[in-house]
Structure formats: structure tokens, C-alpha cells
Design a protein around this ligand. Sequence first.
Ligand SMILES: Nc1nc2c(ncn2[C@@H]2O[C@H](COP(=O)(O)OP(=O)(O)OP(=O)(O)O)[C@@H](O)[C@H]2O)c(=O)[nH]1
Ligand SMILES: [Mg+2]
Length: 382
Amino acid sequence: MTTSVQDTNPVAHTLDKIQNICDKDVIFLLGKTRAGKSTFINDTAGEHVLASTASMTSDTVAISYVQVSFDDNRVVNLVDTIGFGGSHVEHTRPDLAAKYISILRSSENQTTIKVFLYLIDINDGAGLDHENEKNLNFLAALVGEGVFSNVVFVTTKWGSPADEDGREVQEDRHCKWESKLLVKFPGSRLIRLDAHTSRRSPKRLEADPVLAAVEKVKYRDNALNVIRFALERPAKQPTQLEQELNGSGGTDMTIGDTSLGQLVTQQVQEEAQSLALSNPDVANAILQHEAFIRSIPVNDQHLVEKLGDLAYRYGKVVMEVASTFVPGTGRNTIMEKFSEGVERTVHQTTYAAERGGTIGGLVAAATGAIDTFVTSMQAARP
Ligand SMILES: Nc1nc2c(ncn2[C@@H]2O[C@H](COP(=O)(O)OP(=O)(O)OP(=O)(O)O)[C@@H](O)[C@H]2O)c(=O)[nH]1
Ligand SMILES: [Mg+2]
């Protein structure tokens, strides 16, 4: 079915509480950083509403949603999440767990999310390596077995059918994912995005507006096919995390008491153990960071602010360790740039918070933190 681009321009809003958006079908997009989540939502919206570039750092720094209408009167809320494995200090697994908790707490036993789309870059040769396994375990602890039938895995970034050799490698990888995922997540489904039409390069599209318009409609159709498929999954059910948070014992829980929190503790401890010999300072920093987050009560009204503060302290330790690899005065330059960046970010955050409230402040804080990290590290270049 070919669909025309919708009339009203969609906008991205930061997602604060899930109950604000579950009057419509909610689709959560998850996956490794650069898997194509934001691009998928932009394609569906027919507009560039979310940041997405080819840069090596993760583009998405806040969990946000975009409302999209299609097929005349169908409306969905698409939630863009922060990719697993992103470079930003607020993207550690404990931070991500805490962010999901702050969004899903107090959903008052409503069933809130229709489908989880988990995007996988078909060119990611790592397959089910340890890192991917950890991400999938995170997904499993978040949704719980009872909701596996509402999980749809989507392979993205398929190449042109004309490139037969390339496609063969991709097909082979798709089969491998299929055999593993359907065993690990019984009841889930695996589908392809764009199995027959590969994307043209952004440069080519920029140079040829006619081709760009044709391609835009095609990308939207490809994404909408996935959405139509997703909406046909069984009726929505509360995730394991929501059941824990909003059940009778939920009010007294800390983040570490949830199943997701427990998994993350275990994952961080393993990570710290493997770093203990080569990098004891970083190992200690990640353990301390996780321990702080684990102890925060799930209903803490200042949860989001606390995460920002912890990310700063954690970022500082990581920056100090990173700077020790830089000889002589370069090290001091990095820490000077870091302090400058933090000061600038605090100013910008206060300014944004006065005008845009907590959400405005958080976005400014996250953006400032990335900028600080990048400018500090660049300062070390000779
Ligand atoms: N060839 C091709 N490139 C894609 C596709 N989807 C996304 N990309 C490119 O992949 C890069 C990353 O895409 P994003 O949509 O930003 O990825 P993301 O999953 O939102 O990443 P984070 O925000 O870091 O978690 C961008 O350069 C996109 O243009 C696709 O289907 N095909
Ligand atoms: Mg993104």
C-alpha cells in the first residue's frame, strides 16, 4: 500500500511519563547505537524530526516520542530511545535502566506499550557477541517473558539486490539472528526493513530533488509496513518492569531491587572485573556509579536530576583516566577544557531550565555533556 506523507508536521517531544502518551498505540524502538532507530522514525514521519547522522558518537541523548498518523485515521506514538553502547556518560546501562524506570513508574497498572521494535543493523558482523547478548538480556529483563510476543526484531540497512555477494552475507547473517532470537525470545518475530530497496546516499539525494522525493515515499512505505506488522501482534500486556514498579511492593523498591536493576548490577560487576587489572580506576568508577544508581528509590521525585549529577561525577573520573594516556601538558589542557565545558553546560542548563522546565534543562545538560567530552578530548591533539 502506498501512502502519501501526512498533512500535519510531526514534532519530537521528550518522553517524561508513559501515561502521557498511551491513549494511542505506543511503539518503543530499541537497539544498539546506530542501528537506525531515529532514521526509522524520521522515515515514518516523512520529516527529519530527530537527530541522525553518520557520526561515530550516538546522536540520541534523550528518550523522546513522535506522533505519526497514517492510513487515513491510524495514529501511533513512536518512542525513540538512547542506543545501547552509546559513547555518552549518561548512556551506561544503569543510567538507561533508571531512565526507563522513571518513565514507566506509576503507570497505575495501565497497559501502556503495544510493541517493542528492536532494530539490528544487518551489517553488524558481531552477531550475537557478548555485547549484543548483554543488550538482549537487558531487553528481556525489561519486558519479561510474558511480553515476548510483543517484541519484533527488525534488521535494517539492507544493501542493493544488485550487490549479490553483499546480499548473500546479509542473508546468511539474518538466518543466524533468526535461529538465535526465536529461541531466546519465544513468541517474538524477526522481519526485515527494506529487504528489496536499499537506500541511496544522502549526497546523491541532495543533488537530485526529484529522486529524493521518490525515495522519501519509498522509505516511508517500508517503515509503515513494519508498523502495520507490529500493530498486528497480540494485545498489549504490562511489561515485567511495570508489574514490579506498580505492583503492591513497588513503592518501597530501589532501582537495584527490580529485575532489570539486578541484571544491570551483574553486568556492571562483570565489566568491572574484566577491567580491574588493566584499569582499576575506571573499574572502581563504574562500580561506584552503579552502586549509587542502584540505591535510588524507584519513586524518588529527583531521580532524573540525580542521574545528571552522577553522570557528571562519573564523566570526570573517566576523563581523568583518559587524560593520563596523554603526555605532559596535554593532560592539563584536557582537564582545563573539561572544567570550562562543565561551567558552560551549567549556565546553559540553568538558562534552558528557566525557559523549558526540567525537560529543557535535561536536554541542555545532555547536549552540553557530549560537547564537553568531545572538546576536552580534541584539546589533546597536537
Ligand atoms: N544504508 C542505510 N543507512 C541507514 C539506515 N538507517 C539508518 N542509516 C544510517 O545509519 C546512521 C545511524 O542511524 P540513526 O538512525 O541515527 O541510528 P540510531 O539507532 O538512532 O542511533 P543512536 O541514536 O546512536 O542510538 C545514520 O547515518 C543513518 O543515515 C538504513 O536503513 N540504510
Ligand atoms: Mg537515534
